[in-house]
Design a protein around this ligand. Structure first.
Ligand code: SAH
Length: 525
């Protein structure tokens, strides 16, 4: 009979946080080998297995004994707290096997069973401190030269990693954590949030929230994990939270970009992607620099690294509702405001979308307004797309377009919405294709609802009324938009909404989409 080694990470310590596989593996075993304290933690899960428990430092003995017993044909469980592959027994068991020339095919079977490591269990008790690029560093210099540990702390601090310090202190080892704090303070603010979690998910669990400056005024011991925040980690209502990125976009009348579920899959919403640029430096460059430090090519820390949240102000501008002509002064102002750091993009709806890194949006707004731009927020908002009224020749309906812009332009909605507004029956700017189409003709307005602008099944809106009196048009359109705002589902475009509710402001839905069945082609297909 061939034996088997089951290398088991049993998680932080509570029964609920042991995986099912780990429990079953313990029960499958003939023998349990582990550090005394750990054996006690899982003893209640056993049913008569032979137990070999040793002192903490006798890890090599444990691994050798486990291999010997397995070679004798036993199923041996080797236990580690947390995950066996994180400063645990897994590597050591393999090292002993390798020394003996063991091979997977011919030797005893080995199964490593994953567990929840302290970085994860401790983080969960503090809130969400890890979240972004993070690393673990063990401060134990028992098997690792202190010089290397120091270099790693230095590199991690410099690259703004969230850091989980394992083995921060023991009865004899008290100097390392003080040194670690000193190095970290070279790169991070004294106010950097720090969480100390002792005995996570065990009887004597304790959680302390402190700062980098103050951390040594609290108890830190062998059973503590020290979690150091990055430069954007914050405390909120006793929770330690690290934002998912270093950028927050915001637009007119808004302080911050609300998180929207569908945006999270885009590359620009994934700041940890290697190619992503964080304040002028890509994550890859930061990583390369850290690597160089570790390799010793450049031991000198370059500069104090702080990664403040970068605020990017987004706004869209156009020369006006009816006016489609930019002045040279306006173009110069745009170029100056956008500079090398920002961007400007011409959009489908006759606007230029600006992204300007600034924490002073008011100044940007006033500069843009001074040269006569019409400003609109960016996002799931209402945009009015008017024609140029034949360069002002057909100007009778312009005041209504302006009134609609003033009342509804930039309104927050379940999904972006466009109102097309054309000043004569030619409707040459394509008003009838928009979500709401308004066409001025013979002194009155025609109204189209539910156009589908995009897709292979695009279609114009359904004409719901002709000859609406100018006194009524603005108020009527406002009521339609309000109804959509109140009853539309998040992310539901107006044409879908109209189809679902069947009636908007008394106008009945009729299916005007092409009757021919065509294959839908989502993005990328
Ligand atoms: N294999 C373990 C780590 C062993 S090293 C794991 O993956 O979690 C021992 C260190 O782990 C301790 O000094 C402490 O820093 C951390 N640790 C392990 N269990 C912990 C717990 N329940 N609460 C807090 N820290 C813990």
């Amino acid at each position: 009979m061939k034996g088997k080694l089951l290398v088991i990470g049993f998680g932080p310590g509570s029964e609920e946080h042991i995986t099912d596989r780990a429990k079953k593996a313990l029960q499958e075993s003939d023998m349990i080998i582990g550090y005394k304290t750990y054996v006690e933690l899982i003893e209640r899960l056993l049913d008569g297995q032979e137990i070999i428990s040793t002192g903490m430092t006798e890890e090599v003995t444990r691994a050798q004994e486990a291999v010997r017993q397995a070679e004798l044909g036993k199923k041996v469980a080797v236990i580690s707290s947390g995950d066996a592959g994180v400063y645990g027994m897994a590597g050591l068991v393999y090292e002993v096997l390798v020394e003996k020339g063991w091979k997977q095919d011919t030797g005893v079977e080995v199964e490593v069973i994953p567990g929840i490591s302290a970085i994860n269990s401790c983080a969960s008790l503090l809130g969400a401190p890890v979240m972004h690029d993070a690393c673990t560093i063990s401060l134990s210099d028992h098997l690792t030269p202190w010089r290397l540990i120091e270099q790693r702390i230095e590199a991690a601090a410099q690259a703004d990693f969230v850091i989980a310090l394992y083995n921060p202190m023991s009865g004899r080892r008290t100097r390392q954590i003080v040194e670690a704090q000193r190095i970290l303070l070279k790169y991070r603010s004294p106010e950097t949030p720090v969480g100390l979690v002792k005995s996570a998910y065990r009887d004597r669990q304790s959680i302390t929230r402190t700062t980098l400056e103050d951390m040594m005024n609290h108890e830190i011991g062998m059973l503590t994990t020290v979690l150091i925040g990055n430069s954007s980690t914050f405390f909120y209502d006793d929770l330690m939270i690290t934002p998912r990125g270093y950028q927050r976009k915001y637009t007119l009348r808004q302080k911050e970009q609300p998180l929207k579920p569908h945006q999270r899959l885009k590359k620009e919403a994934e700041p940890w992607a290697l190619e992503q640029v964080v304040v002028g430096t890509s994550s890859r460059e930061i990583a390369d620099e850290a690597l160089q430090l570790i390799l010793g090519e450049s031991n000198q820390p370059k500069e104090y690294i702080q990664q403040p949240i970068q605020s990017i102000f987004e706004v869209s501008v156009s020369p006006g509702v009816a006016n489609k002509k930019f002045t040279p002064k306006q173009m110069i102002t745009l170029a100056e405001i956008v500079g090398d750091e920002g961007s400007m993009e011409y959009t489908q709806d006759h606007h230029i979308k600006l992204q300007v890194p600034t924490s002073n949006p008011d100044l940007v707004v006033s500069e843009l307004e001074e040269v006569g731009f019409l400003l609109a927020p960016v996002g799931e908002v209402l945009t009015l797309k008017a024609c140029d009224f034949c360069e002002g020749e057909k100007k009778d309906s312009i005041p209504y377009a302006e009134a609609l812009q003033a009342r509804l332009g930039g309104m927050d909605l379940p999904k972006e919405m466009k109102i097309g507004f054309n000043g004569c029956g030619m409707a040459c700017f394509g008003a009838v294709r928009e979500d709401i189409g308004i066409v001025f003709r013979k002194g009155a307005f025609d109204l189209f609802l539910g156009g589908k602008t995009i897709g292979r099944n695009a279609h114009s809106g359904q004409i719901v009324a002709e000859g609406i009196s100018p006194d009524e048009i603005v108020e009527l359109v406002e009521r339609i938009v309000q109804e959509y705002k109140e009853k539309g589902h998040p992310n539901e475009r107006f044409h879908k909404f109209f189809k679902r509710v069947k009636k908007v402001c008394g106008f009945e839905f009729q299916d005007v989409s092409p009757s021919l069945k065509i294959e839908l082609a989502p993005c990328g297909d």
